[in-house]
Write a protein of this length. Structure first.
Length: 454
């Protein structure tokens, strides 16, 4: 009865033999639209259990709590008061008094409230300098100020400076902690995630040329890949590594990197017409196979980690197996994808999972854009939604969407966003829904896509 589980335990023999030194990844021009979508079943459908997020707005209590503190006159008065305090402290205690550093930081916070980011950056930099003069170059008191400097520089689209500051945060944390500390691993993951966020952002105005943009994105991707691999190696060298959630998180991020690389695969020169020579096509096919197998290996290792746990969570394992099926589907390995999906059902059946658990894994109420664990990370914060678009379409058992159509929206001027969404639905694969463990076509799927701007 436990054949499926034993079959997947064979991964323990093979997956740990897979080298983490994945081949170098090359990525080309990313999508130009920087819009994140978050789908939920449209109200009135069978899966109306999903919470419908609200478009960002302040509640009455929020308004009341911030009227005084955030009113323009109050903030301007406070800014002038802090500047006066700074002059007094400098006069009586000199330019490097620690209290002065606190005053500059608070001044920067107020300047950010009124979107005066250039002067906020200047205030934070002065606060940072005072801390370094008093406490040294590696004092941890710098961290919150460095993080505020990153945010402020991003606000004025100074990407290069923000990147250097984030790298300073990494070096500071790695110096403060040992490789055995959870904070050390957190620092590497934050650095990797930062590089991936730059990849997703990819705003053209940050770069002086297409070549500069291409070179920067390639570097972001390679740095993220190396960082996730380092995290995996560090965790696997520790005791009870299989119980560390960050291990599977890092493996999934490696899958995401290969997903981005393959999705944006293009020819090396962005300014020249593409070459359709046999050599060029063969090179592209070779890269696609590299991305495919890198993703397969990461997903199989993640399953192996969970199976090695003395108390395995078979519901979670089934979800991981479904993610592996998604990966096969993305690369048009349709028969393999359906077979892996059925393996997930066999695992649930073998452990006599409840009906609700099976439904959660196999029929979550709406088709999930594959790969699920990646696209879940691409959605915006529920506090930042700018609007929504209602869409209807059908999904074949092989995950292909057809006849997508807009059936409603929150704003009259949503047409360009609607077009982006429809193109996205047409261009992606969806995990099919399942009936009794078998993939089925689904007609008239109705989803509401909340959208936000990255």
């Amino acid at each position: 009865m436990y054949y499926s589980i034993q079959k997947f335990k064979l991964f323990l023999v093979t997956c740990f033999m897979i080298s983490l030194a994945s081949p170098a990844i090359v990525i080309a021009k990313p999508d130009s639209a920087n819009i994140a979508f978050h789908p939920v079943p449209l109200s009135g459908t069978a899966a109306d259990k999903h919470k419908q997020p609200e478009i960002h707005s302040l509640s009455n209590s929020d308004r009341c709590s911030c009227i005084i503190d955030n009113s323009p006159d109050f903030v301007k008065t406070s800014i002038e008061q802090y500047r006066e305090n700074i002059r007094e402290i400098e006069y009586h205690n000199g330019p490097f008094n620690l209290i002065l550093g606190q005053q500059f930081e608070s001044l920067g916070d107020l300047l950010r409230k009124v979107s005066d980011f250039d002067n906020a950056i200047d205030a934070y930099e002065k606060s940072l300098h005072i801390i370094r003069v008093n406490e040294g170059l590696y004092d941890e008191q710098q961290l919150p100020i460095l993080e505020k400097l990153v945010q402020s520089n991003m606000a004025v689209e100074n990407l290069d400076e923000a990147h250097e500051l984030h790298e300073s945060i990494l070096h500071l944390k790695m110096r403060a902690y040992s490789s055995d500390d959870a904070e050390y691993i957190d620092a590497i993951l934050e650095w990797a995630d930062w590089n991936i966020s730059l990849l997703m952002r990819a705003d053209a105005e940050f770069y002086t040329s297409k070549q500069a943009k291409q070179s920067s994105l390639n570097q972001n991707l390679l740095v993220a890949q190396e960082s996730y691999i380092k995290v995996i190696e560090l965790i696997r060298d520790s005791d009870n590594y299989f119980a560390n959630d960050q291990l599977i998180h890092a493996e999934n991020k490696l899958v995401a990197i290969n997903y981005f690389a393959n999705k944006h695969l293009n020819f090396s020169s962005l300014d020249e017409a593409p070459s359709f020579s046999r050599e060029s096509i063969q090179q592209d096919n070779k890269l696609e196979m590299t991305y495919f197998f890198n993703g397969v290996n990461s997903l199989k290792r993640a399953i192996a980690y969970s199976l090695e746990n003395p108390e395995p969570d078979y519901i979670f394992i089934a979800e991981q197996i479904m993610a592996l099926g998604d990966w096969y589907l993305l690369f048009d390995r349709r028969a393999a994808a359906l077979a892996v999906y059925e393996d997930a059902f066999e695992v649930l059946d073998a452990v006599q999972a409840g009906e609700d658990d099976i439904k959660q894994v196999m029929t979550p109420g709406m088709p999930i854009m594959a790969p699920g664990m990646i696209n879940a990370n691409l959605t915006g914060s529920q506090n930042q939604y700018a609007g929504y678009i209602d869409v209807e379409f059908s999904v074949s058992k092989f995950g292909i969407a057809s006849r997508p159509a807009v059936i409603g929206s929150s704003n009259m001027d949503d047409s360009p966003i609607s077009k982006t969404l429809i193109n996205k639905i047409r261009g992606e694969k969806f995990r099919p829904l399942f009936i009794d463990g078998s993939a089925s076509s689904t007609e008239n799927v109705k989803l509401r896509y909340y959208y936000s701007y990255n």
